[in-house]
Design a protein around this ligand. Structure first.
Ligand code: CMP
Length: 350
């Protein structure tokens, strides 16, 4: 029961209550709401705080069941959400500390794990671009200080002040609160804007390709694990296996989903990595994990001979017709197994 609460119920409730809590904090900052509903709003915060205490206690009690790589982050977030609101009693505006609960929104997010992997993988490239950024920032702050300090001492009277202009210009934000007036300062401004666009583009490119690469890698690892459930692939050499894993598309579907329909043209075949499917043949046939189906339409070019429906939640790996032809060309043994099973199934149907 505690395990169920820790793994299913509490994360969802935490996100909902974090949102309610933040809304109550935000409402508290509106003078009208604060005057009219101050007490109920504080009551809401107290109830949510009690929940986050309980949530922390449950996470701590269940820490052995949390993945070791996630354990420190999850325990820290829950501890902060339980403890930081104590500061409510320390300052007049202390209730703002309840804003810490927004951390619950990212607590279970896979995005952070993804970002940390991308940063680890692309770290040296990101540091390289950061070095260019810092060089441009410091260099332009120094130059704009030299060009503008006499005419505009309030905006450019020191290098730290000039840095504010540099960072706003380099990041292409351009607040417009400090603008060079000399010819040299304007030319510098133009150059820095162009360089800023280049640096932002470099950052975006590195992060975008890092994300795409990481998602592809995770996809490959998941499909690789699932391929192990299909006995047909066991005798494939590792090079062929890598090719097939790249070609397979993974999909998880709930019970009742029609995977392919009788009479439709077939453009792919399926390998069942997990669950059970029902073939609407006469008599109906159930296939379990490791089985394959949808091969007959690819071998004969005929429409699908039966409707196939997920009898439970299923995970299927589909192989497109073009990749199927490549696969049977590369592995005669696998081709003959698929053809033999297809013939048996056609024999049963006729
Ligand atoms: P296909 O005709 O492409 O699409 C429906 C699939 O159901 C078919 O390929 C076979 O893979 C599968 N199928 C049809 N009849 C049977 C059967 N009697 N036993 C097992 N599988 C079948």
């Amino acid at each position: 029961m505690l395990s169920y609460a820790a793994h299913r119920l509490f994360p969802v409730l935490s996100v909902l209550l974090a949102l309610v809590g933040f809304t109550a904090v935000a409402a508290h900052t509106l003078p009208g709401m604060h005057d009219a509903f101050g007490l109920p709003l504080r009551l809401v915060l107290v109830v949510i705080w009690a929940f986050f205490f309980l949530n922390f206690a449950v996470t701590f009690a269940e820490r052995a069941n949390i993945l070791p790589s996630l354990r420190p982050a999850l325990i820290s977030v829950d501890a902060l959400c339980a403890v930081v609101p104590v500061l409510t009693f320390a300052f007049p505006d202390g209730y703002l500390c309840c804003g810490i609960w927004v951390l619950q929104l990212v607590r279970n997010s896979t995005a952070f794990r993804l970002i940390s992997r991308v940063i680890a993988a692309e770290g040296s490239n990101l540091v390289g671009v950061m070095a260019i950024f810092i060089t441009l920032l410091l260099g332009s702050a120094l130059l704009v200080y030299v060009f503008e300090r006499d005419g505009q001492p309030e905006a450019f009277g020191s290098i730290p002040k000039a840095m504010w202009w540099s960072i706003a210009t380099l990041s292409t934000t351009g607040y417009g609160d400090a603008v060079p007036k000399t010819m040299a300062g304007s030319v510098l401004g133009g150059l820095i804007m162009v360089c800023g666009i280049g640096v932002v583009a470099l950052w975006t490119g590195i992060l975008a390709s890092g994300f795409a690469e990481e998602i592809r890698r995770q996809d490959f690892v998941r499909s690789w694990q699932l391929v192990g459930a299909v006995p047909l692939f066991r005798n494939l050499g590792s090079a062929d296996l890598v090719e097939i894993v790249r070609a397979l598309k993974r999909r998880t579907m709930p019970a009742g989903t029609v995977i392919c329909r009788k009479g439709e043209p077939g453009d792919r075949m399926f390998f069942l990595a997990d669950g059970t499917v029902r073939i609407a043949a006469t008599p109906p046939v159930d296939l379990g994990s490791g089985a394959f189906f949808g091969e007959i339409a690819l071998l004969t070019g005929e429409p699908r001979m039966a409707t196939v429906t997920a009898a439970t939640t299923v995970t299927v790996l589909s192989l497109h017709a073009a990749d199927f032809q490549l696969l049977i060309g590369r592995s005669p043994e696998l081709a003959s197994t698929i053809k033999r099973v297809a013939l048996e199934r056609q024999g049963k149907a006729s």
